[in-house]
Design a protein around this ligand. Structure first.
Ligand SMILES: [Zn+2]
Length: 230
């Protein structure tokens, strides 16, 4: 192989190596902590929090209602006791009892709505727990395959690393230096129909002559990449 072709082969191995590293990292992250499980856990915690808030409001509402009921009963008793003789006082008390009855009905209505909300919140907790269970199940179902993939990619990575080191060792020192000096990525570009395939600028005729002979390093005058015939 010509030096530029060796560099292209090396570049492809380096790219393959990077892809493998990315895949390995992705799977290792997934195995360490499955984001689907984490999301399902957060959703369950939020559903439980909402459920507890409603339970708290229900207990408070119960307490208010009982206090209200006791007050209503004591006023009714007083009204019926016959102890109050003054018509204006009786009228006042009777009005108070009417108001207490009306607001007691409102409290009961509000409590019913709260109980409905509570049922929905309970249902949401059940559903969130089921989804968490499903996420855990899916994760444990997927795990053996992920571990097999991981092992095979790690083996591939070792091979590709050895290959890329071997390929680099075959590149003449001058070509290695030229490669290391290129500031754009990837540093090697193919040429097809006299064009640099990375930046699509036409290669000069003298550049094309050297490329056809094949031994010298030609760099794109526009993007600076090392050129190789496609
Ligand atoms: Zn170019």
């Amino acid at each position: 192989m010509k030096p530029a072709q060796l560099l292209l082969a090396y570049q492809r191995l380096v790219e393959k190596e990077r892809e493998l590293r990315d895949e390995i990292e992705r799977v290792e992250t997934l195995l360490a902590s499955d984001p689907n499980i984490a999301h399902a856990e957060e959703a369950l915690a939020a559903a439980r929090e909402a459920q507890q808030a409603i339970q708290l409001r229900l207990r408070e509402s119960d307490r208010d209602r009982e206090a209200h009921r006791a007050r209503l009963r004591s006023r009714e008793k007083e009204l019926m006791s016959g102890r109050i003789r003054s018509p204006s006082e009786l009228m006042q008390l009777s009005t108070e009892v009417q108001h207490l009855k009306a607001s007691f009905a409102d409290l009961e209505e509000a409590e019913l709505r709260l109980m409905e909300e509570g049922e929905l919140a309970d249902q949401a907790v059940v559903e969130a727990s089921e989804r968490l269970q499903e996420a855990r199940q899916r994760s444990s179902d997927d795990e053996p395959q992920l571990r097999r993939d991981l092992e095979s990619w790690q083996a591939d990575l070792a091979t590709v690393k050895a290959d890329s080191e071997g390929a680099w060792a075959q590149v003449p020192a001058a070509a290695q230096n030229a490669y290391l000096r290129v500031r754009v990525h990837p540093p090697v570009a193919e040429v097809d129909r006299n064009q640099c395939l990375a930046c699509h600028v036409t290669v000069t005729s003298s550049g094309m002559q050297i490329l056809r002979k094949g031994d010298g390093i030609v760099q794109c005058e526009n993007c600076g990449r090392i050129l190789v015939m496609a």
